[in-house]
Design a protein around this ligand. Sequence first.
Ligand SMILES: [Zn+2]
Length: 290
Amino acid sequence: MGLRKIADDFYLYPGSPSTGFKILEDGVVLVDPGHGKGRHKDLLREVRKLKKPLLAQIATHGHADHITVSRKIDAPLYTHRFEFSIAESPLAREVLTFGSKAPRGFLAYSIPEEIRVHGIFEWDDELFGLKVLGLPGHSPGMSGFLSSGVIYAGDSFFGEKLLETVGLPYLLDVGAFLESLKVLEELALSGTTLVPSHGSVVSGEGAVSLVSANRKRLTSSIDLARGLLREPLSVDELALAIMKALNVEPSPKKLALNLVPVRAIIAHLYNLGEIKAVAEKGLKWVIRRD
Ligand SMILES: [Zn+2]
């Protein structure tokens, strides 16, 4: 396996996430180094082939699968300000997905070690020749990196295969996720190539239709929730019912993953004034009829 050229100064090393290589005159910057035994060796081998020094690592967000190998690579790691403690603290990462310390080995991907972040950036910053775009929703400080007609968009959208296996796109904030999809759609329409962390690189019509598939999966799930909440349901009951409607086989781990976006959907409908909370054999949510 080797690097794949996406633009003259931007390459990708395959993986889930795939890792971006931004090539500058005086060195190389890694985007989302990723995880996995030996991945750091693969990345460093590719850097050596480019015959330039490694200047830095930058991360779209602080989820462990995007940054774990950064510990084994001798170059400073940069994240958005909102992602700083998520990246640094193993507990903060577990809280984001589970709501508290998580049962060991239960989460889809987690590591017990701390990760050191050496610098933070803001949206709209210029960072190593890359323009930082705010694409929040999947995580609070989710950032995309734009240069030369390519945006490395992290987990602000997903490949269709991943959407089909998991069910809902993983997100914390429905409104922010939809706004970020709008930004991606505009970029796609203006000819920018979109690089998701998990999935294939897309451009042109393919990019527009993949962004639209992400939006559809979310909006149709919100509509499903509207129908299902005619009866009072708990978050777990609603998540199971949505997964069933989307033909996703529920396992405990998959259900736990879907609970997060389902909670975000509940907050969205509640804030629109469409549903209310009831305490009926547990906390349940139901369409308002008043
Ligand atoms: Zn993520």
